[in-house]
Design a protein. Structure first.
Length: 437
């Protein structure tokens, strides 16, 4: 594998792509440390040090921004608005016929949907930036910090608009950097930026576990966490690569004097067809009641109940709801992203059939049956991956956004595998050898 990396840097055009990607990553990480105008950077650092990585409701967004959210920097919103916009457009494609027609038009339709995604990303960045500025001005961004209300000293309209515009421009630049990696780098630009954002929080979080440990100066806890993380990575790689292959046979057709078809292929159905989307959906949905309770005044009964049951990540009610929501969204996302009837119609159109299954509706019913069967273990796997780290590592002082949690591990492994495949395919085009021989 190291030889393959060395060979990749020896190939001139591939070396340029790798160095270009590394340069964009450096620019992205620099932007996550530049504070926006109107923010008292010393007070922000004081509150961050006092919080000691207890990120509360904003932990998920802070993880996707590489820790830039709580520091209120230029790239504070990170890649999260683009992720949200992409998910919304993907869901609307099933509902709105116009978007569904664009999706079927090929490259031209995809370019149009990408343009809509950019517009929606900017709109969401404005909305989220306004919410972040309002939260910082009210002092709710760092609860319990004595100088939380002094993070934004000047609360005039002009300063507020400047802060929102700066963060929106930063989000647009992050989106542009990701597209540059896709076009001129090694590909998967947005995914690589997401990977870098999450990986950037690993060293500080792991060192915090060591500092909070009591066995052998914290090294026992540190080593145990590393071992658990490696086991989880191996499990995620095993399940993410698992798939059910549905055999497909194409009948021979004579067109003129030529014979077409007669080949055998398969439809790969992954065990985890939904990826990390159900975990993100479930986390975001559980944040809503806690966020409403945080900004509401008074001590009403519903607010007390939410703060007692839906804010702590290790509470049984929170854990149960989180698990059930992940299972539900796994089935929901698979249902809207894979259409068995459309696949069956395309197979019938080109003379394909599953051995032993009639073409048409029986094929669609068979695909639905198989998809439901493999989605159950996939959804349960997602729920366990998301919950086991929280329950197993709570004794080490980890919070619900610990780096080896479900969301971060799934994204790290998924993006890592996809990036390796991208580089491997480009190596095979030139040397006929990949990373693994």
């Amino acid at each position: 594998m190291l030889t393959a990396f060395a060979r990749a840097f020896k190939t001139p055009d591939l070396r340029k792509k790798l160095l270009f990607t590394l340069g964009i990553i450096v620019v992205y990480r620099v932007g996550t440390h530049i504070p926006i105008p109107g923010v008292d950077y010393r007070n922000v650092q004081t509150c961050i040090d006092a919080a000691q990585a207890n990120q509360g409701l904003f932990g998920l967004v802070n993880m996707f921004s590489g820790g830039a959210l709580l520091q209120i920097t230029v790239f504070a919103l990170g890649i999260m608005p683009y992720i949200t916009a992409s998910i919304i457009l993907q869901l609307l494609t099933v509902v709105i016929p116009r978007l569904e027609a664009l999706k079927k038009e090929g490259q031209a339709g995809t370019a149009k949907i990408t343009q809509y995604t950019r517009y929606l990303t900017v709109a969401l960045a404005i909305l989220q930036g306004t919410g972040l500025v309002a939260t910082a001005r009210s002092g709710a961004l760092f609860q319990g910090c004595p100088v939380a209300g002094q993070i934004v000293p000047d609360q005039s309209i002009f300063v507020t608009m400047t802060m929102v515009i700066t963060m929106t421009a930063g989000t647009a630049m992050v989106m542009w950097l990701g597209e540059l990696i896709t076009d001129r780098g090694i590909g998967n630009g947005m995914s690589i930026l997401m990977f870098i954002s999450i990986a950037a929080t690993f060293p500080s979080a792991l060192w915090a576990i060591k500092e909070q440990g009591s066995l052998a100066g914290g090294w026992i806890e540190f080593g145990t966490v590393i071992a658990v993380g490696l086991v989880m990575v191996g499990l995620v790689v095993f399940v993410e690569q698992a798939q059910r292959r549905i055999p497909v046979q194409y009948a021979k057709r004579m067109i003129g004097r030529r014979s077409y078809g007669g080949t055998s292929t398969y439809i790969p159905l992954k065990v985890n067809q939904a990826g990390v989307i159900p975990v993100i959906f479930a986390s975001s949905l559980l944040y809503i009641p806690a966020l409403i309770a945080q900004f509401s005044s008074g001590t009403s009964g519903w607010k007390t109940w939410i703060e007692a049951h839906l804010v702590r990540g290790d509470h049984p009610i929170y854990v149960t709801l989180y698990f059930l929501l992940i299972v539900f969204f796994a089935f929901f996302y698979v249902a809207i992203s894979f259409n068995p009837e459309e696949v069956a119609d395309n197979m019938k159109k080109y003379g394909g059939f599953i051995p032993g299954i009639r073409a048409g509706r029986p094929t669609a019913e068979y695909l639905s049956y198989v998809l439901n069967r493999i989605t159950w273990p996939g959804s349960l796997y997602l729920g366990l991956i998301a919950l086991v780290p929280t329950m197993a590592l709570v004794g080490f002082g980890a919070n619900q956004n610990f780096p080896f949690g479900g969301t971060s591990i799934l994204i790290i492994v998924g993006v890592g595998l996809e990036t390796v495949k991208q580089i491997e395919s480009q190596l095979q085009q030139r040397n006929y050898e990949g990373f693994l021989r």
